[in-house]
Design a protein. Structure first.
Length: 81
């Protein structure tokens, strides 16, 4: 099976983020209050914690968000039947 390698970004873009701050865009909406964000310049993935501050999106959080999304979709599907 082929491994998917993340796209490398020029290191100069990370310097732009250091100087001017990240430009986060929503990449995925998990629920009404939970979103995943990615910086348009450097590609850093983050999510908000309980206090509303951005924190790095770990593999464990990605898995939790995926399971939560599956649960929400299943719940919506059952409620409409």
């Amino acid at each position: 099976m082929d491994k998917v390698m993340p796209q490398s970004r020029p290191p100069i873009l990370s310097l732009v983020c250091i100087a001017f701050g990240h430009d986060y865009i929503v990449t995925r909406k998990i629920s009404k209050y939970i979103y995943e964000y990615e910086c348009a310049c450097c590609g850093r993935e983050v999510s908000k914690n309980r206090s509303g501050k951005f924190e790095k999106l770990t593999l464990q959080q990605k898995r939790i968000n995926e399971k939560l999304l599956q649960f929400i979709r299943k719940k919506k599907k059952l409620s409409f039947n």
